[in-house]
Design a protein around this ligand. Structure first.
Ligand code: HAM
Length: 425
């Protein structure tokens, strides 16, 4: 038997109802902040992620699904392509390619699958889904302002509250600007020099190539060493410090709780200044429900104009998991309002009636005239219909139908014209 590939999975009903419930709330909340949807391709040139996310990151170094496409002619070398491991690089590429700055400050969101070749476990998949949002634009449009950082964070708090997720916590840090990071990197390199040989192979490499990435290390034995390393907070320049203070001041003013965590550096290279994660207790080891931050130099790194930006991506798989702890998928599942049960030879009339009711906005499950009445009742109960509606020759002649409430057992005869109102009430 062929099964779904390791790290991928089927999303089945009734869980898909929960996914749709989340997506509807997301679209609704994002709309209130004037975000608009963008959809980018699922694969891009490999160079986009190498340059955007960073060669030394775990994502680019180990986790991407990359292949060489066939060239147009047999002799021609093909392009290197990659399934998107995240959305930000593609969105910034589209921003540059379509000169989106001409349309003012851009607030864009994207929903869709991402691909990383990570070791699968609960809450970690090789195909997973992100809800990503970005604010990007020229400085003249105010895209650098701490007000944008606070707006994004407040929107996230609003969304989680709206979904009924209460026990989240927001970890906030500033990773500074390029100059701060250069100084920090140098200090880290020096601090790592005498201890790096005691660390894991990845850290030994990172200590030389990109010391900041040492903070991504999950190896337990390395943690006491990492704990003692310098922190970025000691290297922030005046501009970054006041920016970070302003973000915190607005958050306090609007009542979004947070805690500063100066170990938080995030696993992607494009971040500058504000970096953040929301965690959720119920998720266990993979407890980051979402992450994001500022990336003021990314557009330029990808060959575009200066365009400071900030954004985040929610792991939708994890968001749905934390919802499942509370609401069961059953509770948001749309059950049929009515099961239309045709008697022998009545499939046509039943289809006509179902068509009328569906056009009036009811959710209708349609049976089959080969079913005996008992079987129709069983089928109606199984799909969770509220009513069963019997369509027989006499009913059609009288233009009035037997409608039975499946919970109470009450049965009434209702004229065709009143059916929809009756079922809805
Ligand atoms: P990220 O932290 O790599 O950031 O991913 C964001 C979220 O995606 C994580 O917090 C997690 O919930 C979810 N996620 C990541 N990998 C997996 C996986 N293998 N399985 C399930 N869920 C996963 C980014 O991707 C940035 N592009 C976010 C961003 C947008 N920064 C600025 N704008």
């Amino acid at each position: 038997m062929i099964k779904a590939v390791r790290g991928t999975r089927d999303l089945l009903p009734p869980d898909t109802a929960l996914w749709n419930f989340v997506e509807a709330a997301v679209r609704d909340v994002f709309r209130a902040y004037n975000f608009q949807e963008i959809r980018t391709p699922i694969f891009e040139e490999t160079a986009l992620f190498a340059r955007g996310v960073g060669e030394e990151t775990d994502i680019v170094a180990k986790e991407m699904y990359t292949w060489e496409d066939r060239g147009r002619a047999a002799s021609e070398k093909g392009q290197s392509l990659t399934l998107r491991p995240e959305a930000t690089a593609g969105i910034v590429r589209a921003y540059i390619e379509h000169k989106l700055w001409d349309r003012g400050l851009n607030k864009l969101y994207l929903l869709g699958p991402m691909f990383r070749r990570e070791r699968p476990q609960k809450g970690r998949y090789r195909q997973f889904y992100q809800i990503d949002a970005e604010i990007i634009g020229p400085s003249s449009a105010g895209s650098e302002s701490p007000a944008r950082d606070a707006e994004i964070l407040e929107m996230l708090a609003t969304l989680l509250d709206r979904l009924g997720i209460t026990d989240w916590s927001l970890q906030l840090n500033s990773v500074g600007c390029a100059d701060d990071r250069a100084k920090f990197s140098e200090a880290l390199r020096q601090a790592l020099e005498p201890v790096k040989d005691k660390m894991c192979a990845d850290c030994q490499r990172r200590a030389v190539t990109n010391p900041l990435r040492v903070f991504d290390c999950k190896v337990p034995e390395d943690q006491p060493i990492i704990e003692k390393l310098p922190r970025i907070s000691q290297f922030l320049d005046e501009g970054c410090r006041t920016h970070f203070e302003a973000v915190q001041a607005i958050l306090t003013k609007v009542g979004v709780p947070f805690s500063v965590n100066d170990r938080l550096v995030r696993g992607l290279d494009y971040y500058t200044r504000t970096a953040f994660e929301f965690t959720h207790g119920a998720l266990g080891a993979q407890n980051a429900i979402l992450g994001g931050g500022r990336y003021d130099g990314l557009s330029e790194a990808l060959g575009g104009p200066a365009a400071p930006g900030i954004g985040f991506a929610i792991g939708q798989d994890r968001l749905v998991m934390s919802l499942q702890e509370k609401a069961s998928a059953e509770s948001v599942r749309a059950k049929p309002d009515v099961y239309v049960a045709p008697m022998a030879g009545m499939n046509g009339d039943a289809a006509r009636l179902a068509r009328e009711l569906r056009r009036l906005g009811l959710v209708v499950e349609l049976g089959d005239d080969s079913f005996r009445l008992k079987k129709s009742f069983e089928a109606a109960t199984k799909v969770g219909a509220k009513y069963i509606l019997i369509v027989g020759e006499n009913e059609v002649k009288a233009d009035a139908f037997a409608l039975k409430d499946l919970a109470t057992g009450d049965q009434v005869t209702v004229p065709r014209a009143e059916l929809a109102t009756r079922i809805r009430s």
